[in-house]
Ligand binder design. Structure first.
Ligand code: HEC
Ligand code: HEC
Length: 510
């Protein structure tokens, strides 16, 4: 609301963030776990006095350095670039809340760079003990970076007490902080093993290749096993709403979870096969499978984490569209256009309705919906909705679908958005088709008047087996059934239709 929207209708910012982030995460976790892998493997070479392992470690270090420093660094900068264009309000909040967190992070990043350069360029030219210490310094600094970034990222999923006390420490050590640290650490050790496969698959010496593949496989499998309880812990500690999204209320997350489970199984299977097999050509193919599956696993986790705070960017505080929850009521009264900084019109008129609707869509829906793109396309999702249905949907969008923010603005603005969605995007007339006779509208009446608060299951558990006359009478005084419920103010004909519908659905006596 306080910033302009970067509008690329078919693509959508969310997808761009996700793509850059997943690639970056895949490399930056390797930068942590791979550090441990290097020192521990070097130690193994020293202990076993095995020159072939030492040569492997050196080769792997070079690859590691190039990948994490160059590619990891570039994608890290790309993330900042992309999030500040796509969600400036949230980016600004993160910077302001965690200034010292970021500063500390950059210090450790510098330590990482220096330590890694020293480690690589002194390979074989320094005594073992000192070289090992440098390796440990690298890993320590890298892990502390993970520690710091996790604190800041998890803040968005669940800011906990920060919302009331605004304290840096509450924002940093949120309830999901520790499970997240464990989960990410294990992920990073798992990736270290996966990348170990990659270097090993290029080894010519049969015996070393076999040894290093088995060795890397142990990293992968052990970390995968340990990541499961950490993931569980993470899920168990999520705020209620976020957990119900993760457990199936959100279609996006359900899809991500399927990808995650499939990747996990493929990853484990490919790693085990790799450890048992010893054919050079197959090693490369299976390594590619392992890498893709590992990316699917990490990607599914990050995607879930992103989608899980919907409809917020900072859970319970700032909605995806950059609006603070505490401002919603005021804006609803004063109007969105009056409060927004980057809109063309300040009031809705007959003439500008379509343009205003389009702006409102960009400001409030485009954060998650593309227009004609493959990712959550609004055209597909609104094509069957009439103007009337759209008006009702917008009025209760957040109550019906928790993962979407409420529409924010006054009545005229909400109307303009509906006009744009129906007439502007879907090119449909605003006049609804002739309504079906009241008698046949039971399902629709239920949808409109009851589902804002609860589903049919609640009704069914109470009214199962009730004769029609009892159901019909109950509809006259719903508050008597349960004081938490308002009376239904439909006409007698509507109540008849609704009663018929309920009886039919519950299979009650006629
Ligand atoms: C925080 C993200 C987010 C925002 C913001 C958002 N939506 Fe959605 N919307 C979703 C998701 C996720 C779905 C479900 C997609 C699926 O079924 O795969 C969805 C589905 C829909 C559907 C299909 C019907 C349904 O209930 O599943 C409509 C219509 C819709 N959105 C309209 C809107 C409009 C209009 C706005 C702006 C006022 C908006 N959305 C803002 C995330 C969002
Ligand atoms: C403003 C919110 C709201 C609306 C609208 C609403 N209900 Fe309810 N209803 C509730 C609440 C709260 C309960 C308590 C039970 C629960 O949610 O688990 C409830 C419970 C019920 C029950 C079970 C009674 C019980 O105590 O076990 C029935 C039957 C029912 N509702 C029917 C309807 C019908 C039919 C409509 C639409 C005409 C409707 N409700 C609309 C809030 C609402």
């Amino acid at each position: 609301m306080n910033y302009p929207v970067w509008y690329v209708p078919e693509f959508g910012g969310g997808l761009l963030i996700a793509l850059v982030a997943i690639v970056h995460v895949f490399v930056s976790h390797f930068a942590v776990g791979g550090g441990l892998y290097l020192v521990v493997t070097e130690w193994k070479a020293i202990r076993e006095q095995d020159q072939s392992i030492m040569a492997f470690v050196k080769k792997h270090t070079k690859f590691f350095m190039l990948l994490t420093m160059v590619f990891g660094g570039l994608t890290g900068v790309a993330i900042w670039f992309v999030i500040s264009i796509i969600n400036p309000a949230a980016t600004s909040l993160l910077i302001h809340t965690f200034v010292f967190g970021w500063a500390a992070e950059w210090v450790f990043f510098l330590v990482e760079i220096v330590a890694l350069f020293v480690y690589f360029y002194t390979f074989g030219r320094m005594d073992d003990r000192t070289h090992q210490i440098i390796g440990w310094i690298y890993f320590g600094a890298a892990w502390i970076s993970l520690f710091l970034i996790t604190g800041i990222i998890d803040f968005m999923l669940n800011p906990g007490e920060w919302i009331t006390n605004n304290s840096f420490w509450s924002g940093f050590f949120t309830p999901t902080f520790w499970p997240s640290i464990f989960f990410r650490s294990f992920m990073s050790f798992m990736l270290a093993g996966c990348y170990g496969f990659l270097t090993a698959s290029f080894l010519d010496n049969e015996e070393t290749r076999r040894k290093m593949v088995r060795y890397s496989g142990k990293w992968v499998l052990a970390s995968l096993v340990l990541s499961v309880p950490a993931g569980w812990w993470y899920l168990a500690i999520l705020p209620d709403k976020a957990r119900s999204l993760a457990e199936g209320m959100s279609p996006t997350i359900t899809r991500a979870a399927t990808v995650g489970e499939f990747s996990l199984v493929t990853l484990a299977a490919a790693a085990i096969t790799l450890m048992l097999l010893n054919s050079k050509s197959l090693t490369k193919v299976l390594t590619v499978v392992v890498m893709i599956a590992a990316m699917g696993y990490m990607g599914a986790f990050e995607w879930t984490r992103e989608a899980d705070r919907r409809p917020y960017v900072v859970n319970g505080y700032m909605y995806s569209d950059g609006i603070l929850e505490k401002d919603v009521e005021r804006i609803n009264q004063e109007g969105y256009l009056k409060n927004a900084k980057w809109v063309k019109y300040r009031v809705v008129t007959e003439a500008n309705q379509l343009d205003v609707g389009k702006e409102l869509f960009q400001h409030q829906c485009f954060a998650c919906h593309t227009v004609g793109g493959f990712n959550n396309d609004i055209l597909v999702r609104t094509k069957n909705m009439s103007y009337d249905a759209m008006r009702k949907y917008l009025a209760a969008i957040h109550e019906k679908r928790y993962f979407m923010p409420p529409f924010i603005g006054n009545e005229a603005e909400q109307k303009a958005l509906a006009v744009y969605l129906v007439a502007g995007l879907n090119k449909k007339p605003l006049i609804a088709a002739a309504p079906a006779p009241i008698k046949e509208q039971g399902a629709a009446l239920f949808e409109e008047n009851c589902t804002t608060c609860h589903g049919f299951d609640v009704v069914k558990s109470k009214m199962s087996g009730w004769p029609r006359v009892k159901v019909r009478n109950a509809l006259d005084k719903l508050s008597a059934l349960n004081p938490a419920m308002p009376d239904y103010n439909g006409t007698a004909a509507e109540k008849d239709a609704l009663a018929d519908y309920i009886v039919k659905q519950t299979g009650g006596a006629k």
